[in-house]
Design a protein around this ligand. Structure first.
Ligand code: HSE
Length: 346
């Protein structure tokens, strides 16, 4: 049976979340799903790099990061390999790309993923940049190299937003996808309604680990924009670029706007949507909308996300779940790994 030999490119919150889950469930994953794996390499620009072809001790890696902030004191193995060398020259057959997200350029993640696919290694990732910018190229490259790429965690973290559309709703004739796809802004709007100021609410979202490294990506709608482009292109088969999508964030919403909406029986939400037009083109947008309180999306508060698929045969299908977080996003990667494992075992 094929053993997955995993190399992690990046060892921040999400990468650590994944290996914690792998460690916790090692036996169960083998018994239930037949999954056999080892983590052979970790390469992180800040925390250091380590490679052992026979497999690393995951608990030791996690302990080291907790105690020292890096993995440089790992007792054995080869140290100091950069991300590209780790991708190309380790005996890994699956690359977990969890380096930082740059939604504007997609780098360095695009280079990582291309190198992995060209080296005929499978890829799982939560990095939105590459998928929002060059999903088609990466999917073609994977196919040309006879390997698999999965990225469920790029939208709604581990809540199965992409797989729902691609697999479970295949053939349902999706006409529209819309919802709340950014946890930080939903948290801020919820807290502002409770009476907190914008700055304090944003600070809380940062402290709780929901916000991007540069929270402008959240509050100005760039993160939501990346996610709706992914859904439009990957699930609806579109070919949108970021620049074709009008984007408005939540920075102009005042406490008075929130109170006025309340008086009207409404609630502000940052909504991202993509819809087929009559000519079969796709129109997408990111904008704050006042939602009536009896609408299902109005009840989605805090860092929770929700997406409604409008279909011909089922009408509206809505999924609600976490859109960010260590475990939730780590789980998205695990689910992708299991999916690839099932695929290659066939
Ligand atoms: N900053 C993002 C959010 C993280 O708040 O939703 C998950 O993509």
């Amino acid at each position: 049976m094929t053993e997955l030999k995993i190399a992690l490119i990046g060892f921040g919150v999400v990468g650590q979340g994944l290996v914690e889950i792998l460690l916790e469930q090692k036996k169960e994953l083998k018994v239930k799903y037949g999954l056999e794996f080892s983590v052979v390499a970790v390469s992180d620009t800040i925390k250091g790099s380590i490679y052992d072809e026979t497999g690393l001790d995951i608990q030791k890696l996690l302990d080291l990061v907790k105690e020292t902030g890096n993995i440089n004191d790992y007792p054995n193995g080869v140290k100091g390999w950069d991300s590209l060398k780790t991708i190309k020259e380790t005996n890994s057959n699956l690359i977990v790309e969890v380096s930082w997200t740059d939604i504007k350029t997609g780098e360095p993640a695009i280079s990582h993923v291309k190198a992995a696919l060209k080296s005929q290694k499978h890829v799982v990732m939560t990095n939105k940049g590459p998928i929002a910018l060059v999903a088609r190229d990466l999917l073609s490259l994977a196919e040309a190299n006879n390997v698999q790429i999965r990225f469920e965690g790029t939208v709604l973290s581990g809540t199965p937003a992409i797989n729902l559309g691609l697999n479970n709703l295949a053939g349902s004739k999706i006409s529209k996808i819309a919802g709340i796809v950014n946890g930080t802004t939903n948290y801020i709007l919820t807290e502002m309604e409770k009476g907190l100021g914008y700055d304090e609410a944003l600070k809380q979202a940062q402290d709780l680990g929901y916000a991007e490294a540069d929270p402008t990506a959240d509050v100005e709608g760039y993160d939501a924009l990346g996610k709706i482009v992914i859904l439009a292109n990957v699930v609806m088969g579109g070919n949108l670029t970021k620049d074709q999508v009008p984007r408005q964030g939540i920075t102009k919403i005042t406490v008075k706007d929130i109170e006025d909406a309340k008086k009207e029986g409404k609630r502000w939400k940052l909504i991202a949507g993509a819809e087929f037009k009559k000519d079969n083109s796709i129109e997408a947008y990111v904008r704050p909308e006042k939602i009536p309180l009896d609408h299902p999306l109005a009840a989605v508060t805090g860092p929770i996300n929700a997406l409604t698929y409008t279909t011909k045969y089922l009408g509206d299908v809505t999924i609600v779940g976490p859109g960010a977080g260590r475990e939730a996003t780590g789980f998205g990667l695990l689910n992708d790994i299991l999916d690839i494992y099932r695929y290659i075992k066939k």
